[in-house]
Design a protein around this ligand. Structure first.
Ligand SMILES: Nc1nc2c(c(=O)[nH]1)N[C@H]1C(S)=C(S)[C@@H](COP(=O)(O)OP(=O)(O)OC[C@H]3O[C@@H](n4cnc5c(N)ncnc54)[C@H](O)[C@@H]3O)O[C@H]1N2
Ligand code: MOO
Length: 405
């Protein structure tokens, strides 16, 4: 029997998901594996950085009190390559040859660059021609004092951050655990890429779409199953995916058809959040909680699947790791005509450009739920609000900028 569904606005659906608690946890992982992970607490410097005085140039280290009356001959009492140390204090008008990055003797106050020196008659001596304007020494603790914050909590690490941690001798870092995501695509019409094309069958494009969207946004895909439409098979697959993952994403079988078994699972679930949205494409997007695990049931239509991923799933993946959503909501001026009217808010795949006045948006080809030709080139989604009359040109429309585009 057909059950009437209660349509929910995009904003309300997003709020229902935002209010849902997620199982965020912290784990300690090697810094070498932490690129793009979100740091779970302030990371403090374990020591002053640099932790010894370092020469900024290849040259000669001298005492500050000898730094006058040039040109002047100094006695060379040592040679300090990078990586070595030098314990003996410099005496009056004594110097040591020193290389960039090398340990500066404790009582040296300056490094004179090689270019400002000349060989003396005696190889044990060097002639320094002019004074240096700067000490040319990087003092201990110049960049960080011990206990300074190196990386703030909730920061996404990047290669630069990994370098900072490594320079400070930090080998592991506490980060938010990545959400474990199971993907279940459904449909007896689906075939795999290596299968022969035949009438009635289509290649499963949403499976690879969702898997890579999830990975791009920091989820770990634990399984990506493709099921024929079979109520029992779905039931057992769903049960095991729910038990082992933080979020389960399903695709297809969520409308009102004879084989739409996900729609049935949603109605029987512990908590149905929504199974009809006031938006198109993606009106059938459904969310429910079963055994404390969220199931996001996306439409089988590729355009709807793509749209709903960005509006509902990406924010969940970001929130799981305490990162702001990468789908940035803004407004843009609609600068191409759009004549269709809709009872539901229509979300168009668009192309965004920025000029001195702000963003401008135009539809990027088809707005059809079942079309996928524009998924590669779409840079934003934007909303044509429901109305009986066509939207006027140059109206400001709600727009979501898509990441990785
Ligand atoms: N009587 C009604 N029929 C439909 C309604 C309705 O309200 N009443 N809603 C329509 C809308 S809107 C949508 S959207 C679709 C949603 O259907 P489902 O989410 O249940 O998805 P399916 O029926 O399984 O498939 C829809 C479409 O997408 C193709 N598909 C499915 N899986 C994949 C995949 N992995 N990769 C690529 N393409 C896929 C599938 O073959 C269908 O063509 O329902 C309308 N019907
Ligand atoms: O719900 Mo469908 O995705 O509008 O076309």
């Amino acid at each position: 029997m057909l059950t009437r569904r209660k349509p929910v606005s995009i904003t309300n659906a997003q709020k229902m998901l935002t209010d849902l608690p997620l199982r965020s946890e912290v784990e300690e992982i090697p810094v070498s594996k932490a690129n793009h992970r979100i740091v779970a607490q302030d990371i403090l410097a374990p020591f002053d950085y640099p932790h010894f005085r370092r020469s900024g140039y290849d040259g000669y280290a001298i005492r500050s009190e000898d730094d006058h009356d040039y040109p002047k001959i100094f006695k060379v009492v040592g040679n300090i390559p990078a990586g070595a140390t030098f314990d003996q204090p410099l005496g009056k008008n004594e110097t040591t040859r020193i290389m960039t990055g090398a340990f500066v003797p404790d009582n040296a106050g300056k490094v004179i660059m090689l270019e400002q020196t000349r060989e003396a008659a005696d190889p044990q001596h060097i002639k320094i021609m002019v004074p240096a304007n700067h000490s040319n020494i990087t003092e201990k603790g110049t960049e960080f004092a011990a206990n300074d914050v190196l990386i703030k909590a909730n920061t996404e690490l990047n290669p630069g951050g990994l370098a900072i941690l490594t320079a400070l001798g930090i080998q592991t870092v506490p980060v938010y655990r990545q959400p474990k995501i199971a993907i279940i695509t459904t449909g007896t019409e689906l075939i795999r890429p290596n299968e022969k094309r035949r009438p009635g069958k289509i290649y499963n494009s949403n499976g690879i779409l969702i898997e890579n969207l999830v990975k791009e946004h920091g989820g770990v895909v634990t399984e990506n199953r493709q099921l024929v439409d079979d109520a029992n098979l779905l039931k057992t697959t769903l049960k095991s995916a729910i038990a082992q993952n933080d979020i389960v994403i399903t695709d297809g079988g969520v409308s009102v058809g004879d084989y739409d078994f996900l729609a049935v699972a949603a109605l029987k679930s512990d908590k149905l959040l929504f199974n009809k949205l006031r938006m198109r494409p993606g009106s059938v997007t459904t969310a429910f909680v079963q055994d404390q695990t969220l199931v996001m049931a996306l439409s089988g239509n590729p355009g709807a699947c793509f749209t709903a991923f960005y509006l509902y799933v990406e924010p969940l993946l970001s929130r799981f790791v305490h990162r702001p959503s990468r789908v940035v909501e803004t407004t843009a001026t609609l600068v191409a005509p759009y004549h269709k009217t809709n009872g539901f808010d229509r979300i168009l795949r668009g192309t965004i450009t920025q000029n001195d006045h702000g963003y401008e948006v135009v539809p990027n080809g088809s707005d059809k739920s079942g079309d996928l030709g524009n998924l590669q080139t779409t840079t934003c989604l934007f909303e044509i609000p429901h109305s009986n009359t066509p939207i006027a040109l140059n109206t400001e429309v709600k727009t979501w900028l898509l990441p990785f585009k």
